[in-house]
Design a protein around this ligand. Sequence first.
Ligand SMILES: NC(=O)c1ccc[n+]([C@@H]2O[C@H](COP(=O)([O-])OP(=O)(O)OC[C@H]3O[C@@H](n4cnc5c(N)ncnc54)[C@H](O)[C@@H]3O)[C@@H](O)[C@H]2O)c1
Length: 348
Amino acid sequence: MSKLSIVLAGLGPRGKFWAEVINRSADCELAAYVDPNPEALKNAQKQFGLKPQFTNLADALKSLPSINAVVLATPPEGRESQIRLACEYRLPLLIEKPLALSLKESAKFVKMAEAANIPMMIGLNFRYLGVTQATLDLIKKDIVGKPAFGHFTYERWRDGTQARLNKYPLEMQQPMLWEQSIHHFDLMRFVYETEPISVYCKTWNPSWSMYKDDTNVSAIFSFANGVTVTYQGTWQSAWQEPHFEWRTDCTKGVIIQKDQFSELNYAKLHDAQLSSIALAPHETWITDTQGVLAAFANSLLRNQPLEASGFDHLKSLAMIEACIISSQEARVVDIPTLFDTTLSLPDS
Ligand SMILES: NC(=O)c1ccc[n+]([C@@H]2O[C@H](COP(=O)([O-])OP(=O)(O)OC[C@H]3O[C@@H](n4cnc5c(N)ncnc54)[C@H](O)[C@@H]3O)[C@@H](O)[C@H]2O)c1
């Protein structure tokens, strides 16, 4: 195989970025569109080129025997039949986060892919940002020592009624955790190269929230390598200007990221000022998604190890579920126990 022929299911705001990125890739070709919404199909034909189109994945896979991978950019609820089909046709899957809206269901999907022996990668695009890679590099080169503690702040007024945004988060349970914090928790595991041990968390909804369920998350995580992280995330900040800061205090200095896509700085203990790190130019939602697609293609075309696998993703999903339990029961939740217990549950 020299090129991946990809069927793209889901042509909403996220699927459009996937269509653009697949079209720009030398390793991949966009073979077909799948979406039950005729308007979405029509727009894709106009914006990303004329392709065979289908209203469901089953018809696409039946009609196009030359497909060799599936990208799922559908909402996280209701993916089972699509994943089952990909398993049946032995087609590698690249799936948007979160894999599903519970750890148990996600574990079931991971087991299905394992049983069918197909690779399943999750679209964790923030891992592939230049700023994330540069943070990893700072830590690996021991410029400011080893991470010891951090705070991660993401405060945004997300107007969920905007046309360019998906609508299901307005009604779903714990939208901030499943849709947004999942990226942040994954970044903590990825950059600190460790696994979570426990969390104490409270989630709630501010009085003015346009979302049905909680948009605020405050949590304290402990990680296996001794790192402690204080997390604050909200989609219903009381100011329209976004605020992001990820600060890590390390054994010889600090790392401070001031924007979710860029602005990386560090300082050693006695430095009077921060030093900024030069980052490669970045096209928002494109460069990072290109990183995901390149990793997926490299694993399939060049036998590179699969990155951001479904199994790995379960560990970040366990952090989400631990936050929910902690908030409901007002207690510290042991994350490895939750992970092991869920994985050993029979599938239903
Ligand atoms: N990684 C990121 O940065 C990022 C950013 C935004 C969204 N996402 C994720 O991408 C996914 C989709 O998000 P969105 O904002 O595009 O959602 P959306 O609800 O706005 O759009 C989803 C699209 O999928 C279509 N669809 C629904 N069921 C389908 C099915 N069975 N087969 C084919 N198409 C189907 C819908 O008609 C719609 O066009 C979610 O998992 C979301 O969390 C990721």
